[in-house]
Design a binder for this molecule. Structure first.
Ligand SMILES: NC(=O)c1ccc[n+]([C@@H]2O[C@H](COP(=O)([O-])OP(=O)(O)OC[C@H]3O[C@@H](n4cnc5c(N)ncnc54)[C@H](OP(=O)(O)O)[C@@H]3O)[C@@H](O)[C@H]2O)c1
Length: 423
């Protein structure tokens, strides 16, 4: 990293928001001013002062956290912030609305970057507009460093690395199972979700991005054998269970395909992936899968109609800044399992990664995944041949992120199925 002599190691941009507060809180609980030089960023000095006061009251080690003020729509202010910063960790969303000038400023000032976006239309825009510039600037812009898409992306990377290291091959297919989870959702996440539907209603690139399973791959490589995410209840290809579509599959599957492409296709050009929710076997499994699939279909249909979407935003969704309670975050949990099949000289082998946490997926766990992504960037704990570009967690950071998350209590294991072991 060439930006070593800057005043701030990490700026949490959006520290006053629901996710930003959690990220700032985690960083100040886990690290001291001797470990990192941290600053809180946002648009309102008063709101930032109040977050700073809360954080310093909670810890003994932090008695003053610098504040940097700017506006997501004012490129000059962003340039000033990024040129003083080694790593920007941003939770200012919807990213489609607020994200682009910050990505540009980071590339101009060679500032490493990580975010929480799940807005695939915006990631596609960043890929098309800035990938080459980020490569030339040797700057990592890493999207989707939260529950979207770290467990699926890093889980798949671990499965594939295990296949390569132990069997000198790769898995032709990886299936990601959202096995269990409990948690709430914030106003900011739902606003970002609505932004994607807004864009899909009148933007042809967004429509094409949602239709093409390979839409986040590099230009010229946007086709392949995968036919896209599951939409209906189906019998699973690997296990005798029913599965429902996963609402996160549109982003996570495309992220996996982008990781494979950016890493130079170590998982093969014919690599296939899918993310689903297993609902069990027998009649209970069919019913469960039908309920989930029906719910997703109904919600998607409602969100696709402009006036209904506006009504849902106004009267149903929580306001930006609101989210699950502290108790819901503490009581939450998730388990994601990535399962790969590969062919070896001795026959087929099944490899699996279990990726789980005892905090809710979307906020407690996500805040830690984003903060530790920023720490990997800061400490140059990177296992990837790629040093710049519009990247994914697996292609931009790789296995060191799993190491850091294990160290703070995530359960991440990989091994042959029925012989799973930490590695
Ligand atoms: N990938 C995942 O798993 C995951 C999980 C959770 C969240 N997310 C995403 O993270 C994002 C944030 O969610 P959230 O619930 O934290 O949202 P939020 O509470 O609404 O926070 C948004 C933040 O953006 C700031 N902001 C808005 N406009 C700004 C501007 N013009 N200039 C500077 N700052 C501005 C807000 O500042 P003020 O306080 O001044 O208004 C606030 O700090 C969303 O896009 C959400 O989808 C993703």
């Amino acid at each position: 990293m060439s930006n070593i002599n800057r005043p701030y190691d990490i700026v949490v941009w959006g520290a006053t928001g629901f996710a930003g507060r959690l990220v700032s809180e985690y960083l100040t609980e886990q690290y001291t001013p001797n470990n990192i030089s941290l600053a809180l960023g946002g648009r309102s000095a008063d709101r930032l002062d109040s977050v700073e006061a809360d954080l310093t009251a909670k810890t003994e080690t932090w008695d003053n956290i610098p504040i940097v003020i700017g506006d997501a729509t004012d490129p000059e202010s962003l340039h000033e912030i990024t040129q003083d910063t080694r790593v920007i960790c941003t939770t200012v969303g919807p990213y489609t609305k607020y994200g682009t000038p910050l990505v540009e400023a980071c590339i101009e000032t060679q500032t490493e970057y990580c975010d929480l976006t799940g807005e695939i239309n915006w990631v596609r825009e960043m890929v098309d507009r800035f990938h080459d510039a980020a490569v030339n600037a040797d700057t990592r812009i890493i999207h989707s460093c939260g529950f979207d898409s770290v467990p699926a992306d890093i889980g798949t990377l671990l499965v594939q690395s295990f296949a390569t290291e132990n069997f000198d091959t790769h898995c032709e297919m990886v299936r990601v199972y959202l096995e269990e989870g409990n948690g709430g959702v914030s106003g900011g996440t739902l606003a970002s979700f609505a932004e994607l539907f807004d864009a899909a209603s009148d933007d042809t690139v967004t429509q094409q991005t949602l239709q093409n399973p390979y839409s986040l791959a590099p230009p010229g490589e946007r086709d392949g054998i995968d036919s896209g995410e599951q939409r209906y209840p189906q019998n699973d290809e690997f296990q005798s269970v029913w599965t429902a579509p996963s609402p996160m599959a549109p982003i996570n599957e495309r992220v996996l395909r982008r990781s494979n492409a950016l890493l130079g296709y170590p998982w093969g050009r014919e690599f296939r992936c899918a993310e689903v929710i297993p609902t069990g076997s027998g009649i209970g499994g069919v019913v469960g899968a039908s309920v989930v699939a029906g719910g997703i279909m109904l919600f998607t249909a409602a969100m696709s109609v402009d006036p209904v979407r506006s009504g849902i935003r106004q009267f149903v969704f929580p306001a930006p800044g609101e989210g699950p309670t502290r108790q819901q975050i503490k009581d939450g949990y998730f388990t994601v399992r990535a399962v790969g099949r590969c062919t070896t000289a001795d026959g087929p082998v099944t490899i699996e990664t279990e990726f789980s946490s005892e905090l809710d997926p979307g906020y407690g766990s996500t805040a830690r995944m984003l903060a530790e992504s920023a720490m990997c960037l800061l400490r140059d704990e990177i296992d990837s041949p790629v040093s710049g570009g519009i990247l994914t967690p697996a292609s931009g950071i790789g296995k060191p992120l799993a190491t850091r998350l294990r160290d703070i209590g995530f359960n991440i294991t990989v091994g042959e199925q029925d012989k799973s072991a930490s590695s």
